[in-house]
Design a protein around this ligand. Structure first.
Ligand SMILES: NC(=O)c1ccc[n+]([C@@H]2O[C@H](COP(=O)([O-])OP(=O)(O)OC[C@H]3O[C@@H](n4cnc5c(N)ncnc54)[C@H](OP(=O)(O)O)[C@@H]3O)[C@@H](O)[C@H]2O)c1
Length: 196
């Protein structure tokens, strides 16, 4: 199978790439690093990426900025970033990428657990995560040729919590997180926000 991992140079993405590489042809894509580069915020950049890769069996996205900020912050910055990057960036990936999916292929996006488990300071991120969960549910109804789309509703990864000096006792290690991306990409699930 041929897989493209957008955000494949990051913490989670590089583990997804490592787990895929023994069995699949993998293109790791970053904003500044990786086998290829893209800016998911630019529709033309995403289109150009898929023109380069050609047909693929799995599109996996771990890209998209989320910005923490208090609800009463008077600027629009956090909302603008989340909507342009995490939401519309991944919508760009799905919209530009699906014509390049082989029959039975899949798209796996990344949303976020804060839409299900509210946390102070994450209003913008939660807004974006909920939007992506709704998006995949709807798009799944319209995809043809056995193509599928899901979102991983990701909670704080153990290694990220450790880096921040936060309690990581209940967090999921990156190796297990990556496994769920592979399950979503190659299993039967469709139109789901997969809680992790
Ligand atoms: N880690 C966590 O605990 C956690 C929890 C919940 C949700 N998430 C979300 O899950 C995703 C992956 O997390 P992570 O910790 O692996 O992130 P990370 O280490 O910061 O990696 C981000 C990846 O996305 C790429 N990227 C960022 N902006 C991009 C853009 N505009 N266009 C193309 N590529 C772009 C980066 O490329 P370069 O390396 O080239 O810059 C990198 O490969 C993120 O969206 C994050 O918000 C993470």
């Amino acid at each position: 199978m041929k897989a493209i991992v957008i955000g494949g140079t990051g913490l989670v993405g590089s583990e997804v790439v490592s787990q895929l590489r023994p069995d699949h042809e993998v293109i790791s894509v970053g904003r500044t690093r990786g086998d290829m580069q893209v800016n998911i915020e630019e529709r033309a950049s995403v289109k150009a990426l898929f023109e380069r890769t050609g047909p693929v069996d799995a599109i996996i996205s771990l890209a998209g900025d989320g910005v923490f900020g208090a609800f009463d912050d008077d600027t629009d910055e956090a909302y603008a970033r989340v909507l342009k990057s995490k939401v519309m960036g991944q919508v760009n990936i799905a919209r530009q990428g699906h014509p390049y999916l082989n029959e039975g292929g899949s798209i796996t996006l990344t949303s976020g657990a804060v839409s299900r488990h509210p946390m102070p300071g994450t209003a913008a991120i939660a807004l974006g995560a909920g939007a992506l969960d709704a998006f995949v549910g709807s798009v799944a109804l319209e995809l043809k040729e056995g193509k599928r789309i899901n979102a991983i509703s990701l909670s704080l990864v153990k290694e990220s919590a450790e880096k921040l000096g936060w309690d990581s006792a209940n967090c999921v290690p990156v190796k297990r997180v990556a496994q769920r991306y592979l399950d979503a990409a190659f299993g039967p699930i469709n139109g789901q926000a997969i809680a992790l």
